[in-house]
Design a protein around this ligand. Structure first.
Ligand code: FES
Length: 121
């Protein structure tokens, strides 16, 4: 498998993000969840640490990236889960959050320019 390029790679236009402000994007590092939070771009691994839902189908809400399946929330700057899964999983939310804390989402360097989010390096 080829090494990712060290050049910038255009990931997605801001106007393509839609209301959810996040989308799944194919990149040299595989599929990432790419979006905007408070005007800052982010790119994180696309699989939720709970049951591997595609986070690119989630949404940005209350300063976090929220999982589309059970509404766990992630800090996109650190990749850490800030709220465990809700709904039927809510009684276990603290345990899930605690056990996944050592395995945050991987984060990737991105910039915002020319109306798009770019992967750097
Ligand atoms: S799969 Fe993400 S919270 Fe359950």
């Amino acid at each position: 498998m080829a090494e990712p390029s060290t050049a910038s790679t255009r990931l997605i236009g801001v106007d393509e993000l839609g209301e959810r402000q996040v989308s799944a994007v194919e990149t040299p590092h595989g599929t990432l969840a790419v979006g905007l939070l408070d005007g800052e771009p982010f790119a994180v691994s696309n699989r939720c640490r709970h049951l591997f839902a595609p986070l690119g189908q989630g949404r940005v809400l209350d300063g976090c990236l929220e999982c589309p399946w059970h509404a766990a929330r992630f800090d996109v700057r650190t990749g850490r889960m800030t709220r465990g899964p809700q709904g039927a999983f809510k009684p276990l939310a603290g345990v899930v959050k605690g056990t996944t804390g050592a395995r945050p989402l991987k984060t990737y360097p991105v910039t915002l320019r020319d109306g798009a989010i770019w992967l750097e390096g």
